[in-house]
Design a protein around this ligand. Structure first.
Ligand SMILES: Nc1ncnc2c1ncn2[C@@H]1O[C@H](COP(=O)(O)OP(=O)(O)O)[C@@H](O)[C@H]1O
Ligand SMILES: [Mg+2]
Length: 366
């Protein structure tokens, strides 16, 4: 069994504080959905409302067409994995995993078969007789996931399950989660503030900010066509460059005047664009050194970040704005160098004064 989850116009308030304001979204059966956003934006609250650990003030939540927002958590057929693991310290791993199943009175042989299968899947068979105190953080996390798997729920909810792990283990566990996901066909909702976890794990990402949903899309839709400056800033590293621009037209496509006076032809359709206070967004990967190609502008290099496979150059244009450019791994550039920059106008994004993106249909850019 798997869950198709429908969230309609859901709001949450704590006293006079509105935490979620009229959110609607659909999570498809077997989908791996990630809720991504900064700390405090309401991700855990939304997840806990789906699980039944928080009440819903307005709106409805349905699973496979049935309203569940008024059901107690135990009747929703959903399993939640917490950041803090929440294991019973005095019980063995096997008992921790079996506990919930014994509570609902499943036959002993069904329980032991499910525990054995989950242990095999998670490669924790050799740990079954240990207590949580005798496990590493990563092992505890697997036990917590195992305890969810044995319930064979319609949906799994994960609340920042990797954030207590050190950097190396985080990456390994992330890959294991992706593999697990291919073995356990079920709907999964995963909450994180880490854009790399979101990009690598999700079928679709819900970007949340400030009580609202900013954008819902596949990782590459979110990356290539961010709906707002917030999304463009939050997803992608380094963060997107933004320059205030004036606009003019040429063959139906916008021509942007950069703050230093240079012109850049974009692939953004001019039709329908109005108002003032536009900013042009361009990722560092679309700003290269102009070696032989026509330079757009020049900048002075202030900071150099060597990432091994590529080098980021923080350059200051002559009127003062900063543009991060990307160079090869073994860049010869030194701090203080004056460099000619080529900005790829076909890979630009335009945002209005409110930070919303102008949608430029049919133009491929990243
Ligand atoms: N029980 C509560 N009482 C009052 N405010 C709360 C409670 N739980 C969460 N909040 C507030 O709701 C907002 C969203 O919290 P949360 O959902 O935990 O955010 P996230 O998981 O995205 O970091 C925060 O401003 C938080 O302080
Ligand atoms: Mg949270």
């Amino acid at each position: 069994m798997t869950a198709h989850i429908e969230i309609q116009n859901v709001s949450k308030r704590y006293g006079s504080l509105t935490v979620l304001d009229g959110l609607s979204l659909t999570i498809n059966a077997n989908e791996f959905m990630v809720f991504l956003g900064p700390s405090g934006c309401g991700k855990s609250t939304l997840l806990r409302m789906i699980a039944g650990l928080e009440s819903v003030d307005d709106g409805t939540i349905s699973i496979n067409g049935e309203r569940i927002d008024n059901l107690p958590p135990g009747q929703r057929d959903i399993a939640m994995v917490f950041q803090s693991y929440a294991l019973y310290p005095h019980m063995t791993v096997a008992d921790n995993m079996a506990f919930g199943l014994r509570n609902i009175g499943l036959p002993a042989e069904v329980i032991s078969a499910r525990v054995a299968e989950a242990a095999r899947m998670l490669e924790i068979g050799h740990l079954l007789e240990r207590k949580p105190g005798q496990l590493s953080g990563g092992q505890r996390q697997r036990v917590a996931i195992g305890r969810a798997i044995v319930k064979e729920p319609k949906a799994f909810l994960f609340d920042e399950p990797l954030s207590n792990l050190d950097a190396a283990l985080r990456v390994r566990t992330r890959v294991e989660l992706a593999q697990l996901r291919n073995r356990v066909r079920s709907t999964m909702i995963f909450v994180t503030h880490d854009q790399i976890e979101a990009m690598t794990l999700a079928d679709r990402i819900v970007v949340m900010n400030n009580r609202k949903i900013e954008q819902i899309g596949t990782p590459m839709e979110i990356y290539s066509r961010p709906a707002s400056r917030f999304v463009a800033t939050f997803v992608g590293s380094p963060t997107m460059n933004f320059l205030p621009v004036g606009l003019s037209g040429e063959n139906g496509f916008a021509r942007a005047k950069l703050p230093d006076g240079t012109d850049l032809q974009t692939a953004i359709r001019l039709e329908g664009i109005n108002g003032s206070g536009h900013s042009l967004g361009i990722r560092a990967e679309a700003v290269k050194l102009a070696n032989g190609t026509a330079a757009t502008t020049t900048g002075k290099v202030e900071v150099i970040e060597r990432l091994g496979d590529r080098t980021l150059l923080y350059t200051r244009l002559k009127e003062g704005s900063v543009v991060i450019a990307e160079d090869v791994g073994n860049s010869r550039i030194a701090i203080g160098d004056q460099v000619a920059l080529a900005l790829d106008g076909a890979r630009t994004h335009l945002f209005n004064a409110e930070g919303r993106a102008w949608h430029n249909e049919g133009v491929g850019h990243g």
